[in-house]
Design a protein around this ligand. Structure first.
Ligand code: SF4
Ligand code: SF4
Length: 337
């Protein structure tokens, strides 16, 4: 037996969550052919049909681009501070792609393994993720190479699978069961999960290649194209680097977390002025080596879900996929756009 929510019932449920005061986010076509995860005001904005991969990721709903962590003001020769608290609003992310949801367990570990970052963990606790299994993929998707797939369950509280008259509802956690309680009907059939994209490179092959090619001219070749703009990291569901800066005046201000990116020239600049990664080639090497060798060696999981947002958003079309293909010996890295 399976559970089904009818096609016409899902928008009503989304509007019900909104009416309950929940913050609801989901994919929306904001201009023709261009989809983003946005905070929804109504179910009418939700785009679940067809395959247009959102150009951002759901991480910004648990790890915002810019966030105040404390306020300060000067009083004579002393400084007074007030802690900021993360907002306590329940939120639902509906229509997440499996390659976005799968990044959440990675971020969960990152933001807790040595320090409990309450700005992340409080939001995460208040978030329920309703993922939509992919019916199709495009030439850029490579989730299967990262041991995921079109119906991967990692990071999801509920998995929806398209059926002729609605969606099969697979509740995977208590949060998911609570969200859909009383909203589904039992049916005999189960949804058919389509095959995912072909595997372009096994993680083990990639790791072995990177271990043997730390010093390699390929990094300089890649860097010739990179503009150091940061679009790859900002739209990657697993990239998580941030900087902490004080923004204020002589009277006071805020200490804030801002997203950061390893492709920025000042990313590793020390207070002394020394910068261990002065060349873009070093920064490109770091991005790939960290995601596909250093992090997995330390924590046993690749820092990538195969969404290819890095290439989709890169102004020069330089994502990790072409590099992975080179590591597998299946295609050269394309130089030039
Ligand atoms: S590295 Fe690229 S393909 Fe991998 S998760 Fe990040 S954006 Fe997606
Ligand atoms: S998006 Fe492309 S050009 Fe921009 S930093 Fe990333 S790899 Fe370089």
């Amino acid at each position: 037996m399976s559970e089904l929510i009818a096609q016409e019932a899902l928008p009503g449920l989304v509007d019900k969550w909104l009416a309950q005061g929940k913050r609801v986010a989901g994919p929306s076509v904001v201009k023709p052919g261009y989809c983003l995860y946005i905070e929804l005001e109504s179910s009418a904005q939700l785009a679940l049909e067809g395959f247009i991969r959102p150009r951002n990721s759901i991480k910004e709903f648990v790890f915002p681009r810019h966030e105040a962590v404390c306020r300060y003001h000067f009083s004579g020769h002393s400084v007074e501070t007030d802690d900021c608290d993360p907002p306590q609003v329940d939120q639902v992310i509906v229509g997440a792609r499996p390659c976005d949801a799968a990044a959440l367990p990675i971020l969960d570990h990152l933001f807790t393994w040595d320090y409990d970052d309450k700005f992340y963990t409080e939001r995460r606790k208040a978030t329920t993720v309703v993922t939509l299994a992919c019916q199709t993929h495009d030439d850029e998707c490579f989730c299967t190479s990262m041991h995921l797939g079109p119906a991967a369950e990692q990071g999801s509280d509920v998995l929806l699978l398209a059926m002729p008259d609605g969606y099969e509802v697979r509740c995977l956690t208590d949060k998911g069961r609570a969200l859909f309680a009383g909203e589904t009907q039992a049916i005999e059939q189960a949804a058919v999960v389509p095959p995912g994209p072909p595997i372009v490179a096994a993680p083990e092959t990639v790791m072995a290649f990177l271990q043997a090619h730390y010093d390699d001219p390929m990094w300089a070749d890649l860097a010739l194209r990179c503009l150091g703009c940061g679009a790859c990291a900002y739209t990657c569901p697993t990239c998580h680097c941030f900087d902490i800066v004080d923004e204020g005046t002589a009277a006071g201000g805020c200490r804030v977390k801002n997203w950061d990116c390893c492709q920025f020239s000042m990313f590793t600049e020390h207070a002394s002025g020394h910068n261990p990664r002065t060349a873009q080639a070093q920064r490109q090497r770091q991005r790939i080596q960290h995601k596909f060798r250093i992090y997995p060696e330390k924590f046993g999981v690749m820092l990538c879900t195969g969404c290819d947002n890095c290439a989709r958003n890169c102004p020069v079309g330089l994502g990790v996929l072409s590099t992975l293909k080179e590591t597998a010996g299946s295609a050269p890295v394309e130089v030039g756009v």
